[in-house]
Design a protein around this ligand. Structure first.
Ligand code: NOJ
Ligand code: NOJ
Length: 572
């Protein structure tokens, strides 16, 4: 008995010590993170000289890596955090910066770039120069989370303006640009594209989740401001995206498989980031939208966190149920594969979000799916619903808060004394590395701190959604495209086509589309492609099991708005 009591006391003291470490970190780091974030926004940010007004630089780092560009994803996530803070009345001086952001992004949408023009897929371009011109180097493009995340940021601002009797500003200054992004999401959500880490071209959980959210809240905003013609189109595709979203869940392995391609385990911060960026406390622990406290999201979180225990030396010796440093995904080799500040913060944030909901609903439910997650904190716990009056509820929520604080304590431990947040910290030494002053790192720690304080972000309509029983493909406008290529071949050798679109088999040589040699030496095939879409492709030869690609660069073309279209090529 004495031993038990003593160990309980020690545990309690350790929890107390850790929570005060985190309290001090919050107090010290909050103003540093806010200042760090504002320093990276043009035109007057201290570290973003040359950035146009409202432009967020990813980081001031110009070499190894050069991040002095503006990414639509980073900028939108950063501004969503700024807009929420503004809307809570915490800093009215941010209004001008937010208006600059809206204006800068409205300009960017119209900049023709390697993904296309505003009407042919250009909205999927991931990054631009900080003077708002196109970045034309090779890159993983398109990335289809950008327009959705930007729409979510614009909608947050629009809702605040409407609540403050400024609906006409929304209609005149925000809606036109917002509608472009929402239309893009509506028409393209089910096309493949590069994931948030810019590496895998397939479908990606984070991207689908962001798209679903944008369409859902876009439809609600549109009806609020009388733009009724778009509402049913957005809602239909929101339902379709929600339906597709379910398919990422791997019931046998108990986690969300982040990408449909790429050949990795699929264990990825992608899923925790999706949960926190689509958190809606009014939806409770609904698994349809993978809410932070849903059984699926918690199970996934455990698998994700555990994957970093054996691979980072700085995690050695940490108890199997205690917080560790986490990275993008276990197979990562970027800078040798290290923990990231923003992913470690995201784990904490997901847990704090879960605690907000359990407290709000006065109970927590453990299912067979989430049992392993909860057993980390009480090995004798069984599936069931525990009311807040029970000791299980108190013990579990106390332990989970301590677990969440643990991730912030690690974040604090590896943050340099000056509070600057880079992109990564070394998996062996813990020293900060890669891009310094990463704007997204600052935004990520601020939102994690807010969640710890119990700040509830605005609802976006995730409550009570029904997943359609049959998933429909997106029936957007399409065009029949005939590809003709002149190619001389030897007997038994055949020509195939593959490219950047889903229907072009997403660059898969194995699944490439066979062409007919009926009009040899012209090989041809007709394929139905989405209208108004910029795409890249190559022909490949297959002979005796060997594959030969056309030489670089990729071919590119753009489908028209309607009708039929023929492309004449010769093998390169
Ligand atoms: C730069 C991308 O931003 C990063 O996510 C990626 O890991 C590296 N390129 C390597 O592909
Ligand atoms: C690399 C990250 O993988 C990507 O998500 C991010 O957009 C860029 N760096 C810029 O921060």
């Amino acid at each position: 008995m004495r031993v038990v009591l003593l160990s309980a006391l020690c545990y309690c003291a350790a929890v107390f010590a850790q929570s005060s470490v985190v309290d001090s970190y919050v107090a010290k780091e909050s103003p540093i993170a806010k200042a760090g974030l504002l320093a990276n926004i043009g035109p007057s940010g201290a570290k973003s000289a040359g950035a146009k007004a409202g432009v967020v630089i990813a980081s001031p780092s110009t070499t190894n890596p050069n991040y002095l560009y503006t990414w639509v994803r980073d900028s939108s996530l950063v501004f969503k955090a700024i807009i929420d803070l503004y809307a809570r009345g915490e800093d009215s001086s941010l209004r001008g910066t937010i208006d600059n952001f809206v204006a800068a992004e409205t300009t960017l949408q119209q900049v023709s770039n390697p993904s296309g023009s505003v009407s042919t897929g250009g909205l999927g371009e991931p990054k631009f120069n900080i003077d708002l011109t196109a970045f034309t180097g090779s890159w993983g493009r398109p990335q289809r989370d950008g327009p959705a995340l930007r729409a979510t940021a614009f909608i947050a601002y629009a809702q605040n303006l409407i609540a403050n009797n400024n609906a006409s500003w929304v209609t005149n200054h925000i809606w036109p640009a917002l509608k472009l992004d929402l239309d893009y999401v509506q028409n393209n959500w089910n096309q493949t594209g590069f994931d948030l880490w810019e590496e895998v071209s397939s479908r990606s959980f984070f991207t689908t989740a962001a798209q679903h959210r944008a369409l859902r809240e876009g439809a609600a905003l549109a009806s609020k401001i009388g733009q009724t013609s778009v509402v049913s189109g957005y809602t239909i595709q929101a339902d379709n995206a929600l339906c597709f979203l379910q398919s990422y869940w791997n019931p046998t392995k108990g986690y969300i498989t982040s990408n449909t391609g790429g050949g990795r385990s699929g264990i990825d911060a992608n899923s925790a980031l999706a949960s926190i960026h689509t958190f809606d406390a009014s939806a409770g622990c609904d698994a349809a939208t993978f809410q932070p406290c849903s059984d699926k999201a918690l199970s996934s979180l455990k698998v994700y966190v555990d994957s970093f225990r054996p691979i980072y030396a700085i995690n050695n010796g940490i108890a199997a149920n205690a917080a560790v440093a986490t990275g993008r995904y276990p197979e990562d080799v970027y800078f040798n594969g290290n923990p990231w500040y923003l992913t470690t913060a995201a784990v904490a944030e997901q847990l704090y979000d879960a605690l907000i909901v359990w407290k709000q609903q006065g109970s927590l439910t453990i299912t067979a799916t989430s049992l392993a997650f909860f057993k980390q904190f009480d090995s004798s716990i069984v599936a069931g619903t525990y009311a807040s009056s029970t000791s299980q509820f108190t013990n579990l929520t106390t332990a989970i808060r301590n677990f969440a604080d643990g991730f912030l304590a690690i974040h604090a431990k590896y943050t340099p004394l000056n509070g600057g947040l880079a992109e990564q910290f070394d998996k062996s030494s813990g020293t900060a590395l890669s891009a310094v002053d990463l704007t997204w790192s600052y935004a990520a720690i601020l939102t994690a701190f807010d969640a710890r304080k119990g700040v509830v972000p605005p609802s976006w309509g995730a409550k009570g959604l029904t997943v359609p029983s049959v998933c429909q493909p997106n029936a957007g406008a399409s065009v029949s495209v005939t590809f003709k290529v002149q190619a001389t071949t030897q007997l038994g050798e055949n020509i195939f086509l593959t490219g950047s679109l889903d229907v072009l088999q997403g660059w898969s040589p194995d699944n490439a589309i066979a062409l007919s040699s009926a009009n040899y030496p012209t090989w041809s095939v007709s394929v139905t492609l989405p209208a108004n879409t910029n795409f890249e492709y190559k022909y490949i030869r297959k002979f005796n099991g060997a594959i030969t690609w056309e030489s670089d660069p990729n071919n590119s073309n753009t489908t028209p708005a309607s009708g039929t279209y023929t492309i004449n090529d010769s093998w390169r």
